[in-house]
Design a protein around this ligand. Sequence first.
Ligand code: NAD
Length: 362
Amino acid sequence: MANVTLKLPGHQYDIRVEPGALLQMGSWVRAVAPHAQAALIADAAIEVTHGSKALASLRAAGYDVVTATMPSGEEHKTLDTARQLYEPLLQRRLDRKAPIIALGGGVTGDTVGFVAATYLRGVPFIQCPTTLLAMVDASVGGKVGVDVPQGKNLIGAFHQPHLVAIDTETLTTLPPRELRCGLAECVKHGVIRDEALFEWIGNKLQNILQLDAHTLVELVAWNVRIKANVVMADEKESGERAHLNFGHTFGHAIESTTGYSAFHHGEAISLGMVAAARLAVSLNRCAATVAQRIESRLQAIGLPTGAANLPPTSTLMDAMFADKKVAGGKLRLVLPTRMGAVDLVSDAPADAIVAAWDSLHA
Ligand code: NAD
């Protein structure tokens, strides 16, 4: 097992990575949020496979548990879902010391985290991520929120959890496509911070894809350490936390113009990282070999590095400039300088960005 402590001014929490963690999660929750009641809110698709373990463990730790589920899928990361989730909490008069536990992928964690941030102006929140993407990225760092028709994650809050309990055994039921999507974020961490991780993913790829228990703990813990270090340095994204957006400004444009359905988040990020790396090469900001290494790693994982069914470049450009991270009409892009290091770039010429988009259509 591995444990990473994320320390912020006035708040710190553990991120515990362990096969079988769900069976012990109740006692871990009791140590950080002791109370009579708790709420367990799970992704409906995994309630049966993994929810029963979490529920039994919370009950064994003495909690009177209010349970609820939310439907799976990005289309349900909405204020409507949040509104429905408040109902059982209000009905059972959950008070502000009762922890709310999210069990599921990033969609569940973001939505339930938003509920925990806003119910009674904020109650203790526990993340139990069950996708690789949520384990290595979404569950760590306290960003919670929902989507609105105008865009993704536009309504939200910073609400740090009291604990992140990661049961790597839950990955055994994850569809392979979702596992690959999580690996896109791991590649991202390698590119922005850690060449050794980038290489290790290549060397251990077969063990990862075969779900070797020891390798999965190492993979998740290594990525969690990187994410936690970035968050500790810049909790509210006034500086280096923005590095985590490598590939995301391009990726979000792909997701929003394709209705969040044609490409899963990790696939859109994979395409976005390829575009960003090619842009960096065209601006002489990094060597061509950096972009080539990123592309071949993504291809080996089975992630897309180009797609025939992307919307036209002009549509993608419009969506890119509508992103919430565009400040005063200026795009702030995260571009690699070498493997393991990136820069924030606000002066990339539009024609170079257009060329990067065009290259994905090829
Ligand atoms: P997701 O939550 O939709 O999960 C993907 C699919 O896997 C769903 O169909 C889900 O039902 C299923 N699933 C989950 N766990 C499973 C398991 N163990 N076995 C079988 N099926 C399982 O998507 P995701 O990729 O986990 O997360 C994407 C979301 O995360 C996006 O909304 C994105 O914006 C958000 N995100 C947030 C942050 C953050 O800092 N808050 C960071 C990155 C991404």
